[in-house]
Design a protein around this ligand. Structure first.
Ligand code: FAD
Length: 465
């Protein structure tokens, strides 16, 4: 292990943002120190994206085995063995973690394990040793947040950190927060046999997503037996003999074994020497310009620590942007509207670009098409419901072709995999007519993208109003 020293770049935090920056900087021949107090890979690999998606995959298998008779296959569903599910989940994490450590070492990056603190605009102290850099990148990420007065005990009132390692399926769970994390856990636990109710302040689940997508998700969740209380604030929680009793702002009381608090994540920036060394913060988030530069010329910041969408791939993108800027490349700001977003519940919700209400708020005239999955062969084979909604600029002249595609919003099983095409359409400023010219393979779910654009371009194939 290195014992202090000077580097081109010192990175504090080895999660998605920090390690992506390290990997890319090393490609420029930079000497990089990556400081991590726990495990490289951070939240995404150990407490976020990967372990949740492993649980969701196990949940899908549980549903498939329960419903197999629908497809003429006889199986018997005998239950969920949580320790075995967790061992599969951990196996996935361990394998990826090992691979990541190898990649980092292979790029000759020095990983220093310990609790780091910024001690000057060019230095971080870890385990009593000082690591100086021509540049410092802050990437300390985020942790689960709670509400004022709502105490987390890690046992009955828990966050996603504990939910991911729960060695049993709760018989009944209340989930506070209908954002991505809340919706994904509701989906998993329901598939595993729990009774689940989501409590959400906003009038829809996934408040940041297109309203039309949320409506489909809510319809399917209702059918799956997942309850939700919308436009409803949380009031209090009390401990009972068998778990908790949650009181809502509308007066309802819900009994459950567990309350999962999924009301968002806050930045890790307290007591790390940031403000003392001139780094400006707003509500704990590090302030940055569009190129991730902080108020201190020698310091950049990336990932959940800055107030951009809290997604691993946003962290990757920002880490790469900073490394390329420090490597002398001419970098461009990230268009955050153009970053794809996926909620991996059943059904999945995936989107890129803006929603109808954002278009209205920005004063943009649009045309829209909703293509239902019921008209898509592959989706009918999979027995999934959902839709593809595409939003484009309204034609400049009456009867003309629509302009740029501004938003693509998908709901249905497996639609997350389709959002990669949607992101090319959005980010390459395609118009419906451009996409209509592309032949999509049949029978695939990708045809919903082709069909929706054909309809918007005025040449519908299977689409009818
Ligand atoms: C349940 C859940 C599911 C998620 N699912 C998805 C998903 O499907 N897709 C997606 O894109 N995103 C998902 N996310 C979000 C994603 O995990 C985060 O956006 C991403 O991890 C942020 O990366 P980061 O590098 O900014 O921070 P982090 O990953 O939090 O990394 C920060 C690192 O800094 C280290 N650190 C902090 N302080 C110090 C210190 N003082 N000294 C040394 N090291 C320090 C931490 O140990 C940590 O390893 C999910 C998150 C959760 C919680």
């Amino acid at each position: 292990m290195a014992e202090g020293g000077h580097y081109d770049i010192v990175i504090l935090g080895g999660g998605s943002g920090g390690y992506a920056c390290a990997l890319r900087a090393a490609e420029f021949g930079k000497r990089v120190a990556l400081i991590e107090k726990d495990k490289v890979g951070g939240t995404c690999l150990h407490r976020g994206c990967i372990p949740t998606k492993a649980l969701l995959h196990a949940a899908e298998i549980a549903d498939s085995s329960r419903e197999s008779e629908k497809f003429g296959i006889r199986t018997s569903f005998e239950g969920i063995e949580m320790p075995a599910v967790l061992s599969y989940q951990q196996g996935v994490v361990e394998r990826l973690w090992k691979g990541l450590q190898g990649t980092i070492a292979g790029r000759k990056i020095d990983t220093i394990y310990g609790d780091g603190k910024l001690v000057s605009p060019t230095a971080v102290m870890v385990n009593g040793a000082t690591y100086t850099g021509d540049h410092v990148v802050l990437a300390t990420g985020s942790v689960p947040r709670s509400l004022p007065g709502l105490e987390l005990d890690g046992n009955r009132v828990i966050t996603s950190d504990e939910a991911l390692t729960l060695d049993r399926v709760p018989s009944k769970a209340v989930i506070l927060g209908g954002g991505v994390i809340g919706v994904e856990f509701a989906s998993v636990w329901r598939s595993f046999g729990a009774e689940v109710t989501i409590v959400e302040m906003a009038p829809q689940l996934l408040p940041l997503e297109e309203e039309a997508s949320a409506k489909v998700l809510q319809r399917v969740f209702r059918r799956r037996g997942i309850g939700f209380e919308l436009s409803t604030p949380f009031q209090s929680v009390a401990y009972t003999d068998s778990g908790v009793q949650v009181t809502l702002g509308n007066g309802k009381q819900l009994d459950a074994e567990i309350l999962l608090v999924a009301v968002g994540r806050g930045p890790v920036s307290a007591n790390l020497g940031y403000e003392e060394n001139g780094v400006n913060l707003t509500r704990g988030y590090v302030d940055v310009d569009p190129l991730c530069r902080t108020s201190v010329p020698t310091i950049s910041a990336v990932g959940d620590l800055i107030n951009t969408p809290q997604l691993a791939h946003v962290g990757f993108g920002e880490g790469i942007l900073v490394a390329e800027r420090l490597g002398g490349l001419d970098v461009k700001p990230i268009d955050y509207d153009g970053v794809p977003r996926i909620t991996y519940s059943d059904p999945e919700v995936a989107s890129v670009g803006i929603t109808s209400s954002q278009a209205a708020a920005r004063g943009i005239n649009v045309v829209e098409v909703n293509y239902p999955l019921g008209g898509n062969g592959r989706s009918v084979i999979l027995q999934t419901q959902g839709q593809a909604k595409v939003i484009a600029e309204a034609p400049a002249t009456p009867g003309g072709q629509p302009g740029r595609v501004l938003g693509i919003h998908l709901v249905g099983s497996r639609v997350g995999e389709l959002i990669a095409e949607a992101q090319l359409i959005y980010n390459w400023d395609a118009e419906p007519d451009d996409v209509a010219a592309l032949i999509h393979p049949h029978p695939t779910q990708s045809e919903i993208i082709g069909e929706a654009h054909l309809a918007l371009a005025g040449k519908p194939l299977h689409f009818h109003n």
